[in-house]
Ligand binder design. Structure first.
Ligand code: UPG
Length: 596
């Protein structure tokens, strides 16, 4: 009470709210006015931030926490009453007539889209110290994920405006959601590279706040063990992106500017744009032609692979927490197996005769139609269905091993939609796969044989594989891959083919620039850095880097090339980004075409 005198009227309101919510322990230890007054003000500044960044404020957070903690204590399953089944979605077969049609529809529409990259996670599983966006997507060119994403969006923008004969040269906005962990290094990466060619005004950073930690089942807010004037906080999850977009006012601004689609993606999906044919334009084409309000991109998923499964959930009586009788939604990887076992599938999450789980894997690339998205967020303010995952001390479930917090995921957005919402998904070809960079070498090496490693090693090899297969489908003779083991992971090593998104964005672009009389040997490296490079009668056995603006690659090119050298991930003489992939490229000899 006495301390109220040092507080502003707004802070007094916040103090009253905390008292009402049973949080008086936060102030009980406070000394009398005059002592630590600055720290007390700092405390309330933090409370104000926590209050304003959560839809409904801190009191809603505490009430939601009490409810979810009570459910967790009695072991209530969020999927109680739901029966999972395999949903049907649009399947894209790379390069067929339907695919080319969708791709074209998507490219045309792309200039009316905004991209949102969620990049607030530190990637603890990878054990890499920097931000993941700064990691090389592959080490042949060393281009990082951020550069790759920005250049891909710029190339998409250019193609889209050209195809639609857009005189206004629309700019595709790129929003990046950061967190306290990633914000400063993300700005530094962008600024020190001149935004990789994008206008700085085209990039918008939205920082997510962490949420308060909870000490017990009564949602008692946890004080920071090192600072009694601070509430302990932890990340709330990528679901924050919806509330941030809503509160930023960007969605209405975009609507006025004629934007129709919002595309969400994650920090290390190299294949998404690199071979971005199926992923972006064609799936956008699916949204356009099917009129989907929500379209999630999916890939064939190996049973127990650490990606969520797209599942049709049907409720027996129609009354459910998910408010709808049936819905197509992501069931997170740790919940799919128990859900299947609880609903009569004795073996749980297993592969079917195709060698894959029957449930397509969610890659968390979501395409939302802007207008219905705005309508929904006007109702929810961006609040997303949450969950809590406390680690209990014992089976009485009365105490936690360490503090917990509420979490949310961006792909849970459809859970609050009405039954009339058009929610669908698009599955891509098997060969393309999905290759995020999430696991450190030790964990990746323990992944069951046949399941994807999700490591820096597999992420890089997947790029070469996908690019090689695309050239092959366009008629180039590409040598078969060899198998090698890096950091304990057996991978296919294809020719190291990379290209800048300016060179080709769609399969039609590749076909236009490739003549069937070309060949590339397995030990080769081919880097295409410019838009007017034509693969004419090239026979490559070595390394060729085409930087030239306009060139026809013809005839035999042979040299000692670039060689992959094994590196032990424990060998600290190499930089971390090399160690985590288990190889480095020794540049012995190459032909480089540089003249303009
Ligand atoms: N992220 C944030 N803020 C957070 C936590 C994460 O922005 O508080 C970002 C993170 O930077 C990354 C993305 O969200 O870009 C995903 O985070 P990650 O830890 O890689 O997600 P996972 O737990 O592996 O799972 C997500 C989805 C799952 C999907 C899988 C595909 O929850 O359904 O199958 O990604 O890779």
């Amino acid at each position: 009470q006495k301390n109220l005198t040092v507080l502003s009227p707004e802070q007094i309101e916040l103090a009253k709210m905390l008292l009402l919510e049973g949080q008086k322990h936060l102030f009980e230890h406070w000394p009398e006015p005059g002592v630590d007054d600055g720290k007390k003000k700092d405390f309330f500044e933090q409370v104000a931030r926590l209050n304003s960044s959560y839809p409904g404020g801190l009191s809603s957070y505490i009430q939601n926490a009490k409810r979810l903690l009570a459910d967790s204590k009695v072991g209530k399953n969020p999927y109680d009453g739901f029966t999972p089944s395999v949903p049907s979605g649009q399947v894209l077969t790379f390069g067929d007539a339907d695919f080319i049609r969708l791709e074209e529809a998507g490219i045309k529409e792309a200039r009316k889209s905004a991209f949102v990259l969620v990049a607030g996670g530190l990637g603890e599983r990878l054990g890499y110290k920097g931000i993941k966006l700064a990691l090389p997507i592959e080490t042949t060119t060393g281009r990082c994920f951020m550069q790759h994403y920005v250049e891909s969006i710029l190339a998409l923008q250019e193609s889209s405006c050209r195809l639609a004969q857009d005189q206004h040269q629309s700019e595709i906005p790129l929003v990046i959601m950061t967190s306290d962990d990633t914000h400063t290094p993300t700005i530094k990466l962008l600024e020190s590279n001149n935004y990789f060619g994008m206008k700085s005004t085209q990039v918008i950073l939205l920082k997510q706040e962490k949420v308060a930690c909870l000490d017990d089942n009564d949602a008692t807010l946890a004080l920071d063990p090192n600072d009694k004037y601070k509430i302990q906080t932890k990340p709330h999850g990528h679901g924050d992106v919806h509330a941030l977009l809503y509160s930023s006012g960007l969605l209405n601004k975009w609507k006025q500017e004629g934007i129709k689609w919002v595309l969400f993606f994650q920090d290390t999906n190299g294949l998404l744009f690199k071979v971005d044919f199926p992923a972006i334009p064609a799936s956008l084409g699916v949204s356009v032609t099917k009129g989907y309000h929500v379209n999630s991109l999916a890939v064939p998923r190996k049973a127990k692979e650490a990606i969520g499964g797209i599942t049709k959930l049907t409720h027996t009586d129609g009354i459910s927490v998910l408010s709808r009788r049936s819905m197509v939604i992501n069931v997170e990887y740790n919940q799919l197996d128990p859900l299947l076992r609880a609903t009569g599938h004795a073996d749980g999450d297993v592969n079917c005769e195709t060698g894959f789980s029957p449930f397509p894997g969610n890659i968390n690339q979501l395409i939302l139609e802007l207008e219905p998205y705005i309508e929904e967020l006007n109702k929810t303010r961006g609040a997303i269905s949450e969950f809590v995952n406390p680690k209990y001390k014992d089976s009485t479930k009365t105490a936690f091993k360490s503090s917990t917090r509420l979490e949310c995921m961006m792909q849970d957005y459809p859970k609050s939609l009405s039954p009339s919402a058009r929610v669908g998904f698009t599955v891509m070809d098997t060969w393309l796969g999905y290759a995020p960079v999430k696991n450190n070498p030790e964990d990746a090496a323990k992944v069951p044989k046949g399941n994807p490693y999700h490591s820096a090693t597999s992420g890089e090899m997947a790029i070469y594989k996908a690019n090689s297969i695309i050239l092959k489908k366009a008629g180039v003779q590409i040598a078969d891959p060899i198998t090698d083991v890096f950091n304990g992971q057996e991978v296919e090593v294809w020719p190291r083919v990379t290209w800048n998104p300016k060179w080709a964005l769609t399969f039609s672009d590749v076909k236009r620039k490739v003549n069937e009389a070309c060949s590339v040997s397995q030990r080769s490296t081919l880097v295409i850095n410019n838009s007017n490079v034509i693969l004419d009668t090239l026979s490559l056995d070595g390394t060729l880097i085409a930087n030239e603006v306009e060139v026809k690659l013809a005839g035999a090119v042979q040299n000692k090339g670039w060689v992959l050298q094994h590196v032990d991930h424990k060998d600290s003489s190499n930089p971390e980004e090399i160690r985590i992939r288990g190889f480095k490229i020794q540049k012995v000899e190459q032909l480089e075409l540089n003249h303009v």
